[in-house]
Structure formats: C-alpha cells, structure tokens
Unconditional design. Structure first.
Length: 257
C-alpha cells in the first residue's frame, strides 16, 4: 500500500500510512510534500524532455489536512530554456492546504569543482536503531525506520528510510526523498510534544546535488526563541555525504494544563 492512491486526473486519497503525528485523524504533511514534488516532475516530463533538475523546494503549509481526498494542480510561473519556476497547489475541498514553489535548473558539467565543506555524519550502519513511535503516534511515523545519534534535546543526527512507496507509479529518488523531509522537525525534539506544540509552518529545501537511493540522513538542530517562534535547521545527506539543507519555521506553543 502506497502513501497515496490516485482517484482521478488531479485527485489523490491518503492511505493509513499518512496518519499524522500531532493528530492521527489528520495527514502528516510529509507524504504530501513528496507527492507534490513528484507531480512537478511529472508535469515537467509531459512538457519537455531535457530533465530540468529540482534544486529548491519551498513549501508553505496553509493549514491541516484531513484524511480525505486532495487535489494537486501544477502551473509554470516562470518558463525558461534552462531555468523554470513551477508552482503546485494541494487543496482539500477547494481550500488550498500546501503551496510549493520549485526552482528547476538545467544540468551542466561541474565535476572538476565539485565539493562541500559541510561536515558528514556517521553512516546508518554506525548508528543504533531508534523507535520514533516512542515519541509520536500516527501511521506515517509508524511507516519509517530510523537510526539516530541523539546528542542533546533538539540536537542530533539520524537516518530515515521506508518500504512504503509514495504512489503506485514510477517516482524519482528526489521526489521520494521529498516525501521524508518533513520528518526533520520531530526526530530530535527540544521539548516533549505532550508539553509543547511546535508545528512547522513551512519547509524549504535547497539541493546542490540529487540524493541517491537508500537511507536519507539528517543533521538537525532545533532552536526556540523567547517569543513563541522556532527554527529547525538540517543538513541533508545521502550515504555519500551532504546533498543540501532544510529549514522549517516553527510556531512554539506551551500547552496549558
């Protein structure tokens, strides 16, 4: 069973694997972000055959999504021969829930100057398995395997993979990885989510190379400010090393007892 099943030209229904962490009756937004990335690439491939590469994925999360059918529409906002800006809108019952603005770039040969000074993290075989359902409920969290090196509350590195396909059709490695990115805000919590809510309002990923298939690595720091705002910052890895960064804006809300 995939995370989403197609119900029409633009319609998709979440399966039980999409159940949320903050509320199990709502969607965890992570698979929806992957679905949107996949549909941007599918739209690209219908329009052109040169394989422009997803290098930035900027999602605004406008509200919660029930465990119900959603639709996704894709539009080119800035066409170009080697650079495009594409927008995807995921809606429920006519109400937009997530908006993605993605930059796609043409590829070129820069192997001679390839490199980064972003530090690597221990590989997945060097890190102990960790059960994320010890902190979070929901079908999505239950669908992933995690290996984690927790250094302090809100600071750690971890590797994530899943056997659940995004959809029942061919999906790129980048889109499949996009379906896991939003897990970053919950794998090394700074505060107990039973005592403090800290949902993210957005997610922006910048990729300087496409991730390889296999485990996806996260080197994450969670920061809370004094006035109810927060930031989850991540360097994203595959097993060969860093591939990009993720940033998530948080609204931090201590729960009243």
């Amino acid at each position: 069973m995939a995370y989403f099943e197609r119900t029409g030209e633009t319609g998709w229904t979440p399966t039980r694997h999409v159940g949320g962490a903050w509320d199990v009756d709502e969607q965890h937004v992570a698979p929806a972000l992957g679905l949107m990335a996949h549909l941007v690439e599918a739209d690209r491939d219908r329009r052109r055959d040169d394989g422009l590469v997803l290098t930035r994925l900027s999602y605004d999360i406008l509200g919660t999504l029930p465990m119900d059918e959603v639709t996704v529409e894709v539009h080119v906002r800035r066409p170009g021969r080697t650079i495009e800006l594409v927008e995807a809108v995921l809606s429920h019952a006519g109400r937009p829930g997530v908006v993605l603005r993605a930059w796609l770039l043409g590829a070129g040969d820069t192997a001679a100057i390839d490199g980064t000074d972003l530090p690597r993290i221990p590989g997945p075989e060097e890190v102990e398995p960790w059960d994320p359902t010890s902190v979070w409920p929901g079908g999505f969290i239950a669908s992933v395997d995690v290996r984690r090196d927790q250094q302090a509350p809100g600071r750690g590195s971890y590797w994530v993979t899943t056997d659940v396909p995004l959809v029942d059709e061919p999906v790129s490695v980048t889109a499949r990885a996009a379906g896991l990115l939003d897990i970053a805000n919950g794998m090394t919590v700074r505060a107990d989510p039973a005592e403090v809510a800290f949902p993210n309002l957005d997610l922006t990923a910048h990729l300087f190379r496409a991730p390889a298939a296999g485990w996806l690595g996260f080197d994450t720091t969670v920061s809370f400010g004094p006035s109810g705002h927060g930031l989850t910052s991540t360097v994203l890895h595959d097993e060969a090393g860093p591939v990009g960064t993720i940033a998530q804006s948080l609204t931090v809300r201590p729960r009243r007892t």
